[in-house]
Design a protein around this ligand. Sequence first.
Ligand code: ADP
Ligand code: ASP
Ligand code: MG
Length: 392
Amino acid sequence: MGVVVQKYGGSSVATAEQLKRVAQRVVQTRQMGHDVVVVVSAMGNTTNQLLELAQSVSPNPQRRELDMLVTTGERMSMALLSMAIHDLGYPAVSFTGSQSGIITTHNHTNARIIRVTPVRIRAALDAGQIVIVAGFQGVSEQLEITSLGRGGSDTTAVALAAALEADYAEICSDVDGVYSADPRKVPEAGRIDELAYDDMQVLADAGAKVLNAEAVEWARRHDIEVRCVATDGPRDVGTRIRQGGGLRQGRVVAVTAHPGLLMLAPDVPGAPAPLDLEATLAAYGAADAEVWRVPGSWGARVPKQNLHGLTAFRAAMTGLGVRVREDLTLVTAVGRALTGPPSKLGPAREALAEAGVATHGQLVDPGRLAFLVDAAQADAAVGALHRALIDG
Ligand code: ADP
Ligand code: ASP
Ligand code: MG
């Protein structure tokens, strides 16, 4: 049997007791005959607490120093998990992202993995050890420690799975798979057994938190099967994401809202985009913003989660003649061939109107129907689209 990469999210390693349970699950995987590489997130709410601590010291913290700070969260959990595995009688060793050979861009707080050279991981596996890796981090070619953006441990896991030619990457979380909507918000949402990379990519880009969008990109590019399962549940219950998984032409597979989105537009209608817009966005950690330009107009969607120093960002945008709106959310229905025939656009618009949800714009292509709605109506919009478009 080959290598399996498992990733445990923050809620799965929130306490010492949970870490010990994860250690048992890891050992069981090893007993099944796999070589195991484990990627861990920071314990519980640690990353948020570290970011709050930074804010209380400096409202616009240096992004390099933020990375030095936030990457310690994952370093704590990797060491603790390794200790717990040792206590179960199995050899284990923990590595930081940099020790694992995860080379990233230099873009602090939202870096991208460029390549992975897991020399030490390979050597440790060959020596019979279970390897624990700190998620969400790497090192730039300038030898600076970087972090990958919120939710980035998923990306660490899939990129490592690709570099190690693993059999699959198992994403272990507090939910037993990918659902047709966030099950915390839509109780009637159902689990999706199989999902194609394309659909998962659109869903992740549209804001579904269950799997990081960049992780899906790595999986698709290297054809790595991703299994989303519950840490506390059976291993064979969950969602498998792979090439051509669950073909559903013309069917909506899932609906999601994108929480925490900033919408940028020119202050004066028709004014061109600032020349250095992308560079300014990247300088604030928002390299993952989606910018569009059409003749006579432009706009951008900026996920707020990787912006640290929001006040300074707003001021910079105002200085460039850009209006920042925080009162809108994008709600997206994901599937294939949705524009038909028959098109799902009509039923989607009717469902929103019937639920009393006003739309302020739409983005429609065969893979998604997305509507801009008031943030306060996002949950109502997701519920209405789910009821109308997802069959039973
Ligand atoms: P982890 O800490 O394990 O990385 P996350 O909190 O990042 O876990 O992601 C899991 C959460 O994603 C779930 O608890 C759920 O509320 C949320 N979620 C949002 N959309 C979906 C969806 N379509 N299917 C499943 N979970 C979803
Ligand atoms: N700890 C990081 C975060 O909270 C990374 C992760 O959990 O994937 O975003
Ligand atoms: Mg996550």
